[in-house]
Design a protein around this ligand. Structure first.
Ligand SMILES: NC(=O)c1ccc[n+]([C@@H]2O[C@H](COP(=O)([O-])OP(=O)(O)OC[C@H]3O[C@@H](n4cnc5c(N)ncnc54)[C@H](OP(=O)(O)O)[C@@H]3O)[C@@H](O)[C@H]2O)c1
Length: 211
C-alpha cells in the first residue's frame, strides 16, 4: 500500500518504520522537512522519505494521523484537498487535564476528526496502548497474538487497516462503527493510568480469547 504519515513522533515513527520494512511504500507528510522528528525517523530508517504533505497524501491510499490531538485540525487542513476518499488511520487521543477525556466524554476524538474530513474513511487504530508496543509488538511467551482493536464506519477501510495491523504482528479486532471510538479512548485512558500513574509495565497489552 501507499501510506503517508502526518505525525512521525513516538507513535508515527515506529509504525512508519515497521510498515516500510513490511513492504509498504511509506512517506512522511512533512510540514517541516528539517524538524527533529523527521531527522529522527530518517535516522532509524533512511527509506522514510519526507515529502510535502499535499504530495505525500495525494499519492497514498492510507494516511496515518499521529499528531498531538490539538494539532489535528491544522494537520488535516493542510491536506484538505487531497483527503477525500482516503482512509485516515486515527492514532490520536484527546487527553484532557488529569488524564481525563479531552472532549468531556461528549464526543470521541475520531468523530470530531470525521467532521474535519467528512469525505474520508476514518478508522481508529493503534491508540489503546503506549508507543512502546508499537516499537515492539512481539510477546513471545504466548501462543496468541496481541489484539489491536479498531473501529470505523466503512467496512473496506477497516479491512485494509486490519491487514496493516496483521502485517505488524497484531490480531485485528473490529469492535464496530466509529461510535465505538469513545470507548476505545476510555480504554486508552485506562492503559495510561495503569502504566503512567500506577506503575504497571508499559509492555502490557490485551489479547482476545474465544470459545
Ligand atoms: N505516546 C504514546 O504512547 C501514544 C500512544 C497511542 C496514541 N498516542 C497519540 O498519538 C498522537 C501522537 O503522539 P506522540 O507521542 O507520537 O507525539 P509526538 O512524539 O509529540 O509526535 C507528534 C508528531 O506530530 C507532528 N506535528 C505536530 N504538529 C503538527 C502539525 N500542526 N501538522 C503536522 N504535523 C504535526 C510532529 O512533527 P514535527 O516534530 O515535525 O512538528 C511529530 O512528528 C497523540 O494524539 C497521542 O495522544 C500516543
Amino acid at each position: 500500500m501507499n501510506i503517508a504519515f502526518l505525525g512521525y513522533g513516538n507513535v508515527g515513527a515506529p509504525l512508519a518504520d515497521h510498515l516500510q520494512r513490511a513492504g509498504h511504500n511509506v512517506t512522511l507528510a512533512a510540514h517541516d522537512p528539517h524538524s527533529a522528528s523527521v531527522l529522527k525517523a530518517q535516522a532509524r530508517n533512511p527509506n522514510l522519505k519526507p515529502l510535502d504533505p499535499q504530495t505525500a497524501v495525494a499519492q497514498s491510499e492510507i494516511v496515518f494521523l499521529a499528531t498531538p490531538f490539538n494539532a489535528n485540525a491544522d494537520a488535516i487542513a493542510s491536506v484538505a484537498q487531497q483527503l477525500p476518499g482516503k482512509i485516515i488511520v486515527d492514532c490520536t487521543n484527546p487527553v484532557g487535564p488529569g488524564l481525563t477525556h479531552g472532549l468531556n466524554n461528549t464526543q470521541s476524538g475520531s468523530q470530531a476528526l470525521q467532521s474535519l474530513a467528512p469525505q474520508s474513511h476514518i478508522v481508529k487504530a493503534f491508540t489503546i496502548y503506549g508507543y512502546e508496543n508499537f516499537e515492539n509488538s512481539a510477546y513471545p511467551n504466548y501462543n496468541v497474538k496481541p489484539v489491536m482493536m479498531l473501529c470505523g464506519n466503512n467496512a473496506a477501510a477497516k479491512q485494509a487497516v486490519s491487514q496493516l495491523t496483521a502485517d505488524l504482528g497484531w490480531e485485528p479486532l473490529d469492535v464496530g462503527g466509529l461510535e465505538q471510538a469513545l470507548h476505545l479512548e476510555h480504554m486508552t485512558l485506562l492503559w495510561i493510568r495503569m502504566v503512567r500513574i500506577h506503575g504497571a509495565s508499559p509492555n502490557i497489552v490485551w489479547a482476545a480469547l474465544r470459545r
